[in-house]
Design a protein around this ligand. Structure first.
Ligand SMILES: [Fe+2]
Ligand SMILES: [Fe+2]
Length: 269
């Protein structure tokens, strides 16, 4: 089957507070040139959820050249300010970013229906509270939104925590309940976008393309330069192109191709 042409710019882990201003300007230049249909921002907008960091993030969002769908990451919670973390964890997010962190946020553009979910959690039954989770209510919300999609619309899930890890990121952990999520989303979703690991990669999992983007503009590098992804869907082909920062500008470095076998069923190639 053939669908419309869609271009998604995928950014994550901006970490305002640890951001590099020159890289942020280069990213905005690159996004204007790329002219995406929509921009997916996969969480960790701030470093410590400080008000000044959220204000800087807000200023950046206001300069984006396309509609953006933004979800929180674990760094957008008050870290060890435990009183705030438990009593009003998303107060600054709501004030500065303006979306409901608990609701499914959607972005409909020509040929795409994207749903964002908040996988960051205030606490967990493990010592690493940076880990995230997706729950059955969120999965039901995603599927309800997808029921509203047009027959050829690309269906996209935008989260912070990953649905796929490479060996370099194994200790960080998949999003909690990822197995259940993959089963529910199988043949219902086309593309799962995430961040958190600060590494860029993509592959097919259970017939869905999973794409991870690196840290777009922060100095919290994990062995590779700042990057973001440009995802093109033209007919039955989907391309994930990673653009790395080369010291001056974001330039295309790697490109992975995927092909639709059937509705919401993709393979490498
Ligand atoms: Fe991050
Ligand atoms: Fe994170």
């Amino acid at each position: 089957m053939t669908g419309p042409t869609v271009r998604i710019a995928q950014l994550s882990d901006l970490h305002f507070g640890r951001h590099l201003p020159a890289v942020a300007e280069a990213l905005l230049d690159s996004l204007r040139e790329v002219a995406p249909t929509m921009i997916a921002i996969c969480g960790d907008l701030t470093q410590r959820a400080r008000a000044g960091e959220f204000r800087a993030a807000r200023d950046f969002l206001d300069r984006l050249p396309a509609p953006a769908l933004v979800v929180p990451g674990n760094h957008d919670l008050p870290g060890w300010r435990l009183w705030s973390r438990f009593t009003r964890p998303w107060r600054r997010w709501r004030r500065h970013i303006g979306t409901d962190p608990h609701g499914a946020v959607t972005c409909t553009a020509d040929g795409v229906l994207a749903v964002g979910v908040n996988t960051a959690r205030q606490w967990g039954l493990h010592p690493d509270w940076s880990r995230g989770r997706i729950n059955t209510r969120q999965l039901a919300g995603i599927l309800a939104e997808f029921d509203r999609a047009g027959p050829t619309d690309l269906r996209v899930v935008i989260a912070h925590h990953p649905f796929l890890l490479t060996p370099a990121g194994l200790r960080r952990g998949l999003v909690g309940r990822s197995g259940l999520a993959l089963r529910r989303l199988h043949r219902r979703a086309d593309l799962l976008l995430g961040g958190h690991i600060h590494l860029a990669y993509s592959d097919v999992v259970d017939g869905m393309v999973v794409a991870q983007s690196g840290t777009a503009i922060s100095d919290r590098l994990k062995g590779e330069p700042n990057s973001y992804n440009v995802i093109d869907i033209v007919g039955d082909e989907l391309t994930v192109e990673t653009r790395h920062f080369d010291g001056t500008a974001f330039t295309a470095t790697t490109r992975h191709r995927y092909r639709r076998q059937d509705r919401h069923d993709w393979q490498v190639g």
